[in-house]
Design a protein around this ligand. Structure first.
Ligand SMILES: Nc1ncnc2c1ncn2[C@@H]1O[C@H](COP(=O)(O)OP(=O)(O)O)[C@@H](O)[C@H]1O
Ligand SMILES: [Mg+2]
Length: 315
């Protein structure tokens, strides 16, 4: 089990085998800052975790499924998936993050390894699939990790009849359990990205304001138009400016160009370039947890609000 030190925010591993199962609350000392703090264990976990009880106020309709996509690498796809996911969870939404990239950067960023991936679970019953999702140490946030077996998924199904719908079919039951499902994708358009685009309502295209970014965004929008015609007519596309440096004239020029080329498609929220993001990544933490006052953390929270609140309510 992972716990977070309330003094220095270090993520620490607790060996549950060594704990007395009858004691749910105990004092611990952080090995990093040496401060004492109280750990409260969750109630005993049953063998099969039902994510939705019939009489609890969980969402009854399929949640919103968001794919984070761009053919370019290093544009903050994984960072957006993690930080938007946690921000939505902080707004009391139930959120599932799906790492759909063989590189497993999202999984690693969250401190997990040697866990089941979509490949390992894709033939399981909905009940077993739900039970295998990881409930992270962040309240309201679940993870379906990636691992190296994911390459077998593409090898087995790519190009086969209706391969585009493999993720969509498996998520049909899962969608009812969450307000939001957010899918991280690789920097290429192939099996994984096509499956993620096919099952989503919304594609968020993160892009920095650098020289080739407008070209990269155009390419993604063309792919999304194709997906809309072939497998998913309901897919909507929005652009998120990331790593923005307002002090740079070139960045401001490209930002203006993006707004002109894609009217109404850019989020009002812009994610600034912020060193805290890299520091948080080193600590395997979402930036808002690493530093609540960080500019990028605050903007991811603003993005979550923008996504949750219809434009007419925001005024
Ligand atoms: N707002 C930001 N400010 C500074 N660095 C950032 C920001 N967003 C992301 N990064 C850094 O950029 C790198 C690439 O981000 P990542 O999310 O892995 O991109 P992708 O998934 O598109 O390849 C990472 O080192 C990440 O910490
Ligand atoms: Mg990535």
């Amino acid at each position: 089990m992972i716990v977070v030190c309330e003094h220095c925010s270090s993520r620490l591993k607790v060996d549950e085998q060594r704990l007395d199962p009858t004691i749910r609350k105990f004092s611990a000392r952080c090995p990093k800052c040496r401060q004492k703090f109280i750990i409260t264990l969750p109630e005993e976990i049953p063998d099969v975790v039902e994510l939705q009880q019939p009489d609890n106020p969980q969402p009854q309709r399929p949640g919103r499924t968001i794919v984070i996509t761009n053919q370019k690498g290093g544009v903050a796809k994984t960072s957006t998936c993690l930080n938007l996911g946690l921000s939505l969870a902080l707004l009391e939404k139930r959120v599932l993050l799906i790492d759909f990239d063989i590189q497993a950067n999202l999984t690693i960023s969250m401190g997990y390894q040697n866990t089941n991936s979509f490949y390992d679970l894709h033939n399981r019953s909905p009940r077993e699939f739900n039970a295998a999702l990881i409930q992270t140490s962040y309240p309201g946030l679940w993870l379906l990790p990636s691992n190296k077996n994911m390459v077998l998924l593409s090898k087995k199904y790519f190009g086969k009849h209706e391969y585009e719908y493999i993720l969509d079919r498996q998520l049909a039951q899962v969608k009812k359990q969450f307000d939001y499902i957010i899918i991280d994708t690789p920097p290429s358009i192939e099996f994984f990205t096509i499956n993620a685009l096919t099952t989503s309502n919304l594609a968020i295209i993160p892009t920095p304001c650098d020289y080739l970014s407008t070209h990269g965004v155009d390419q993604v929008i063309k792919i999304i138009d194709l997906i809309r015609r072939k497998t998913n007519p309901k897919l909507e596309a929005r652009i998120l400016v990331t790593m923005y440096e307002e002090s740079t004239t070139a960045a401001r020029m490209i930002f203006t160009k993006l707004k002109t080329l894609h009217p109404g498609r850019l989020y009002q929220t812009v994610i600034p370039r912020d060193e805290r993001m890299q520091e948080a990544q080193i600590m395997s933490m979402p930036v808002i947890n690493y530093d609540q006052k960080s500019s990028s953390g605050r903007q991811y929270l603003a993005l979550a609000r923008e996504i949750c609140t219809p434009a007419r309510e925001r005024g």
